[in-house]
Design a binder for this molecule. Structure first.
Ligand SMILES: CC(C)(COP(=O)(O)OP(=O)(O)OC[C@H]1O[C@@H](n2cnc3c(N)ncnc32)[C@H](O)[C@@H]1OP(=O)(O)O)[C@@H](O)C(=O)NCCC(=O)NCCS
Length: 149
């Protein structure tokens, strides 16, 4: 599949909203947060594009004073999953973030995402009980990028 990874911008707002609703049926981000992720200067935002379709998205939020970044969201439209797109987005985002550590939180029952992060060298560093709105717990993962920098 000949998809490309590109920097996303505010023109992707509509397609990103559709992707979010498909990928996160319970807790898709509100419009305000999507606008933020497409505009804040601290955010690395990348999209996977097939033809003119947005099929995947990742945002990494840099906290430069801590030499740390958080992956704020990652999603691949269901029809395009399990073809390496999230892996490609994650690698590209990590490379652009240029920080020593990358962190993220994930629902305890989100096994596809947990597997993805483990495959990419993320290790569990924390547990946040009842973190999500529906009281689901979160696992915090971290990857040290020191060797990659
Ligand atoms: C999690 C998600 C981003 C993975 O996207 P993807 O493009 O399918 O992932 P990849 O194809 O790059 O998968 C890489 C590896 O992750 C693991 N993985 C991905 N999906 C998996 C699944 N459904 N079951 C088990 N392992 C899975 C596998 O090890 C996979 O490698 P393999 O296919 O060679 O076995 C996608 O399932 C998604 O968008 N889910 C909904 C949104 C979401 O939960 N985002 C994460 C929030 S923290």
């Amino acid at each position: 599949m000949q998809y490309r990874i590109q920097t996303a911008n505010w023109r992707d707002l509509g397609a990103l909203r559709t992707l979010e609703q498909e990928c996160f049926p319970i807790d898709a981000w509100p419009l305000f947060d999507l606008i933020g992720v497409l505009s804040f200067p601290s955010v690395v935002r990348l999209k996977a594009v097939l033809g003119d379709k947005l099929i995947g998205f990742i945002a990494g939020d840099r906290r430069s004073s801590q030499n740390l970044a958080w992956i704020a969201t990652i999603g691949v439209r269901p029809a395009y999953q399990r073809q390496g797109i999230a892996s490609a987005l994650l690698k590209a985002c990590e490379a652009q973030l240029q920080v020593a550590r990358v962190r993220l939180s994930v629902r305890v029952d989100n096994l596809p995402a947990i597997r993805l992060y483990q495959v990419h060298g993320y290790q569990r560093v924390g547990y946040w009980p009842e973190y999500y709105q529906d009281k689901s717990d979160a696992i915090v993962f971290e990857k040290s990028m020191e060797t990659a920098l």
